[in-house]
Design a protein around this ligand. Structure first.
Ligand code: FAD
Length: 453
């Protein structure tokens, strides 16, 4: 997305990628309406996005599978009302779920249509910058160097760029949970009549995701039009890793479900049908919000997961990465060629507080809704906290950058006052740490000023 936006805004782009070919693994993610709206510049993407997206409803269950409520759309009547932005964009009326492989392919295909070909099998081992020459670069595994005016570090969690930006890698710590996750062709699941019946779509074809919740365990199980997918959050037993390539045998999962009283047979059958090479075991890690995404001379800038990792409960990892891409490409367009370092810094200023607020929502959802609290109270939320709030969807990262670039730059360069307005209205941003938030949540003392919902 960063390459596409840079191309659209007049920059020359090269993309380098360590994997030897397109990485079409992973299951699904949510793409928020700010990112969906941004596709409107690309008619082919608008069409393909609608073709590959699905819009599930959700039903809520005890860990025994007994239904508590639903199925219902993930948007209630208030969110579905006809509300328009001042440039005519509509409030989202549905949630966009996507297969990551299909979404990734869609963007990569579009880049190729613009003549941007990913250089696969190109691993970065180090980032560097030269402030006097006004250049930044990367050193590759084979010792070769590639230089540019600006280098985007979009290399995901554990980005190698942190050493050049902060002088150290960003420490990660366990949340205490890991997640099994998979997606595979729906025909494999449909082969079992109990599984087929249990997870069948509504009469009009709308897919339904079942959420099963118990103490320390939370599973989501459901289908899109052509894939069956399930996830299970479980207490981390110390053997997982934070990697999208760690696989696990379904038998290991079945050993866990054997110890969950009342766990439904349909769940076990689904797990048994899961292809081994499609079942991932991913450790859920926390990282403190990092306010600085830009190197000292302003020539290296982190975007996406490299700048800010999200818990799955935030539903925002891919969306915020795409917002970053649009904001950064816009700031670079607005800057003078000899002033690119201020473009990257201004982009960082315009983005960090918003992203940090969304990271906080992910923690809140994980801690208060998803696992322990629900299991004890035996009551289940029907929506994540705040994730459909207007301050989240009523944001256009390109317009925001255009309207605020100069003020953010003047704030950073000349010390003039500047307040972001892409965070909850009335909220005055204060730096926070994960421990402070966890303590406040546990004590029931977390008070967020402003309108978060
Ligand atoms: C294989 C994979 C599967 C995923 N599956 C899911 C999923 O099912 N659900 C979900 O919610 N999220 C998934 N994610 C994460 C999700 O895609 C991201 O949170 C989000 O899209 C933000 O994207 P990003 O571009 O910042 O980072 P990523 O999507 O992680 O992309 C980073 C890219 O940088 C490349 N890279 C890393 N290090 C180097 C290096 N040293 N040199 C060159 N290239 C490098 C990686 O190979 C990768 O292609 C997955 C990520 C990956 C990499």
């Amino acid at each position: 997305m960063a390459a596409l936006e840079c191309w659209r805004q007049g920059h020359d782009v090269r993309i380098i990628e360590k994997s030897s070919t397109r990485l079409l693994s992973g299951d699904g993610f949510t793409i928020g309406s700010t990112a969906i709206q941004a596709l409107r510049h690309w008619p082919d993407l608008v069409e393909e996005n609608e073709r590959i997206a699905f819009h599930p409803w959700a039903s809520w269950h005890k860990i025994t599978g007994e239904k508590i409520s639903g199925p219902a759309p993930l948007f209630g009547p208030t969110e579905r009302k006809e509300e328009t932005q001042n440039d005519g964009e509509e409030a989202p009326r549905t949630i966009y779920r996507h297969s990551r492989p299909k979404f990734h392919k869609m963007l990569a295909d579009q880049a190729e249509k613009q003549g941007i070909y990913v250089e696969y099998g190109t691993r970065v081992v180090e980032y560097y910058e030269q402030s006097i020459a006004g250049k930044a670069g990367v050193v590759l595994g084979n010792g070769e160097r590639i230089e540019a005016d600006v280098v985007f570090a979009a290399d995901g969690i554990g980005s190698k760029s942190s050493s050049a930006i902060m002088g150290h890698m960003v420490p990660a710590r366990s949340t205490g949970f890991a997640i099994y996750r998979t997606a595979f062709p729906v025909e494999l699941a449909d082969a079992d009549p109990m599984v087929r019946q249990r997870f069948k779509p509504l009469n009009d074809g709308t897919p339904v995701v079942e959420v099963w919740m118990g103490e320390g365990i939370r599973a989501t199980l459901g289908r899109s039009y052509d894939e069956m997918s399930w996830t299970m959050n479980y207490p981390d037993d110390g053997e997982e890793s934070e990697s999208w390539s760690t696989l696990v045998d379904p038998e290991t999962v079945l050993q866990k479900t054997a110890n969950i009283p009342g766990w439904p047979e349909a769940g076990n059958r689904l797990i048994r049908l899961t292809p081994k090479e499609r079942l991932h075991d991913f450790k859920l890690m926390w990282r403190e919000p990092q306010p600085c995404w830009v190197s000292p001379a302003g020539r290296i800038v982190q975007i996406g997961d490299a700048a800010h990792s999200f818990l799955p409960s935030s539903g925002n990892g891919a969306t915020q990465g795409m917002e970053d891409a649009i904001s950064l490409a816009t700031c670079l367009r607005l800057a003078e060629k000899n002033n690119l370092c201020w473009a990257t810094r201004a982009h960082n200023k315009l983005r960090f507080e918003r992203v940090s607020c969304l990271q906080l929502l992910g923690i809140l959802n994980q801690e208060t809704r998803h696992l322990s609290a629900n299991a004890k109270a035996n009551t289940v939320p029907t929506k994540p906290i705040g994730l459909m709030a207007a301050w989240i969807w009523r944001h256009n990262p390109e317009r925001y950058a255009i309207e605020n670039y100069e003020a953010a730059r003047a704030h950073l360069e000349d010390g003039k006052p500047f307040q972001n307005s892409n965070i909850p209205p009335g909220h005055v941003y204060k730096p926070w740490t994960i421990d402070e938030m966890l303590r406040a949540i546990a004590a029931g003392e977390l008070h967020l000023d402003g309108e978060w919902e």
